[in-house]
Design a protein around this ligand. Structure first.
Ligand code: HAM
Length: 441
């Protein structure tokens, strides 16, 4: 009986995994350059962690199981609750700001479609312990830099920035009670995905008395904060002013100022229509979008100042994002940027005649110890076949052992890129492979 793989999962054969590894390298390198430390957590968590922390949509997508002790568990659908749990457990011992990153595999029982799977990798970058907008801007910066490292430019993607606090102040200012905000966000989060009309009707049925859907979206579509201020002050809107609203606008302005100082303002734009589905966001929120397909989010994140307080003893401000590998791979593929990395330092060791295996294995071990990815055929074939394998594996050099040359204490080194041969002393190659291989004739 043939058993198929589970829907929404991927069999990542080496040639499919190699480009993803390139993405991992860019994520890890950008994180480390920006001062983040890598951590990992468990794949399985208690179900309650998500029931309390993630919001209804994610909870509906959980892969749940009950263990032999009757405990209700879930495969992690996101990393933020685990991060918050781990930090809360050591909150007094960790020096601030805590800057951590990880690249976990996550599981969500979603409708499978282009860019959406049930199992995927997600780079997480979070700063905990400061409410300073520099932290929010630094998260955006590290995301931009990783995408730039992968070859994407401001022509390919944009960072859309909003602020939950600002939206909350607008909703309150319109007369929508705080207890109804979660319901309002849930509707607003679907605007980009569902036919506008459907949401408009649902909104007006529920909140139309406070603010009409079209009026709200007129306000949210402003291109900058000065226009928003002007519209609110102009008396055209029914939003009541408040200190909270002013503070939220000032906070968002502050974020844009730091983004300008970091030199990435050309990647960023105000987009108050960004809401984010997850329940825990409290301040600035942002999404990176593919410019050629505005509905497609490469990444999403924001400030979640209340989550740690709910898990631990004291509140702790936090901000971060998650970037999945699936949409990013599609984007890179569409732009011809997804090629596997060229193996730069691979070497093939070949034997031209039978009987030289002991010597060949010694050379292989010495080259590997010196850091070269070193290939050889387990079963000896003719020299031309071995050189073909070397070529297919992208080797830069072939070291060829022959009866006559070894008799003179030398080996042949073939430059696989240019085709030239040279000779080098066998002892020198074993002693200092790098000097011999990299020596220019
Ligand atoms: P999220 O918006 O649920 O946020 O996911 C962030 C990113 O993960 C998405 O933009 C997308 O690239 C990727 N992603 C999500 N679901 C899928 C899926 N089914 N298939 C493929 N890729 C997917 C969070 O997860 C937050 N915990 C991020 C965060 C970290 N906020 C603060 N810190």
């Amino acid at each position: 009986m043939k058993i198929p793989p589970v829907k929404g999962t991927r069999d990542l054969y080496p040639e499919r995994f190699a480009p993803i590894r390139r993405i991992f390298d860019a994520w890890r390198s950008a994180s480390i350059r920006h001062g983040f430390e890598e951590f990992e957590g468990p794949t399985l968590e208690m179900l309650d962690l998500y029931r309390e922390k993630s919001g209804d949509e994610l909870v509906g997508q959980l892969y749940r199981l009950t263990d032999s002790g009757g405990r209700e568990l879930a495969l992690r659908p996101e990393m933020t609750p685990t991060l918050a749990r781990m930090v809360a457990a050591r909150i007094n011992a960790l020096s601030r700001p805590i800057k951590w990153f990880c690249m976990p595999k996550l599981f969500r029982g979603e409708n499978v479609q282009r860019g959406r799977l049930r199992e995927f990798f997600q780079w997480n970058v979070d700063v905990i312990g400061t409410a300073d907008m520099v932290a929010d801007a630094e998260c955006i910066l590290v995301g931009v830099e990783a995408l730039r490292d992968l070859g994407l430019t401001e022509k390919d993607f944009r960072v859309h920035i909003s602020n939950r606090r600002l939206i909350a102040s607008l909703l309150t200012g319109a007369g929508i009670a705080e207890t109804d905000h979660a319901g309002a966000y849930a509707l607003m989060d679907k605007v980009a995905m569902v036919e506008g009309d459907v949401i408009c009707k649902q909104w007006n049925r529920r909140f139309g008395k406070q603010i009409d859907f079209a009026d709200l979206y007129d306000l949210l579509s402003v291109a900058d904060l000065d226009t928003l201020r002007g519209t609110l002050a102009g008396g055209d809107s029914d939003i009541r002013p408040s200190a909270n609203l002013d503070a939220a606008i000032a906070e968002t302005e502050q974020l844009f100022t730091v983004l300008r100082h970091f030199g990435i303002i050309e990647y960023c734009e105000l987009d108050l229509e960004i809401i984010r589905g997850l329940a825990y966001y409290t301040g600035p929120v942002f999404e990176f979008h593919d410019r050629s397909n505005a509905n497609r989010a490469i990444c999403g994140g924001g400030r979640y100042d209340d989550l740690l307080g709910k898990l631990g003893k004291s509140p702790e401000p936090a901000v971060g994002f998650g970037m999945g590998d699936v949409v990013l791979s599609l984007m890179l593929e569409e732009r011809g940027l997804l090629d596997a990395p060229q193996t730069r330092n691979a070497v093939f060791v070949a034997d031209a005649v039978d009987g030289l295996r002991p010597k060949l294995l010694g050379v292989v071990a010495a080259l590997r110890r010196a850091g070269y990815q070193t290939e050889f055929n387990y079963v000896r074939q003719g020299l031309s076949k071995q050189l073909k394998t070397a070529d297919r594996k992208g080797c830069v050099y072939a070291v060829i052992l022959g009866d006559e040359t070894l008799g003179r204490g030398v080996v042949q080194i073939k430059d696989m890129t240019g085709g030239q041969h040279r000779e080098a002393a066998m002892d020198a190659l074993i002693e200092s492979p790098r000097e011999v291989l990299e020596a220019r004739p």
